[in-house]
Design a protein around this ligand. Sequence first.
Ligand code: TXA
Ligand code: MG
Length: 353
Amino acid sequence: METRVLAVDPNRPSRRALALAAALIKDGRPVAFPTETVYGLGADALNPAAVRAIFRAKGRPADNPVIVHIADPAQLPALAREVPRAANPLMEKFWPGPLTLVLKRRAAVPAQVSGGLDTVAVRMPAHPVALALIREAGTPLAAPSANRSGRPSPTTAAHVLHDLNTRIPLILDGGRTEIGLESTVLDLTGPTPLLLRPGGITVEQLRAVVGPVELRPDAGHLGRSPGTRYRHYRPRAPVMLALTRRQLARLVKQQRARGLRTGLVCRGRSTTSLCPDVQVRSLPESLTGYARGLFAALRALDDSGVDVIVVEGVEERGLGLAVMDRLRRAADRVVGTNGAPTRHPKGARGAKP
Ligand code: TXA
Ligand code: MG
């Protein structure tokens, strides 16, 4: 199938583009569209065959549930059979925006959406194209990130095309996404809100609104967060994550000494004037700038054919928690210490889907 890329004004998408995309959605086909976090691959959330088409296009394991996107909080009661009290101030404060709430699912939501769980994850994205598309399609959109399963999430239409060319009919190109990392996933089905995935809304922001938030799912909770079982965000080249600047320089030198073509993702000005042949992607010093450019940098280095990618870590607070979550999952090796013990993350990551 031919994949069409249609440029749209991110703030005022044309009626024509929206009508074309919505017609495909109504026909049960998946369409890629921009959100404020990353590009999503959306299909009619209430049509099981349409949802299956998303999994097929991505090569996604069937037990990894997808997020349902709505354009109005009024669409929530049709999806969730219980909306706990904590949900209201969170929706009030962070919707539209990068916060996904996991709630008890109504039977009308196809099992495919939830990977067989009794819950449904819902968010209202803060992007005019996403909101207009949901409205025009007249149905909530089930939408995972629009990458091939396991790869870094797409922050441009070109990334989507790279991964899904010939596998989907349409990509709405609304330019580069603003946040660059996915939404925060918060489970509200237990007694205390539980963070399943750090993301665009920080834990500090959540706590300011709802009080205590549990951070790491313990063993008993892992079944509630299927996505955490899979390897994710991985370029082809192995990734080495350095927790300190010193380790960063040392790692780069080591890789070069092994004769490997080395790529480097670092913050601000790089320390690699000592290594002139290293392919450097230097991202802004700010956490928001680093998050925005991270996935694109990993993809660009991969495309340039490097053998190994060395990445500089950030402090694990604010948006840094989400950045480090993605980097630890992407990494084959974590080197150095930032107060936490150094570890090889393989066991935590599980098998490749
Ligand atoms: O920012 C985002 O969230 C993007 C844009 C497109 O909205 N979407 C996204 O979707 O990142 P995806 O499918 O790549 O990641 C969804 C995550 C996965 O880790 C999945 O396991 C989890 O949310 N999830 C979805 N439904 C769930 C549920 N019912 N219970 C627990 N976790 C769920
Ligand atoms: Mg994803």
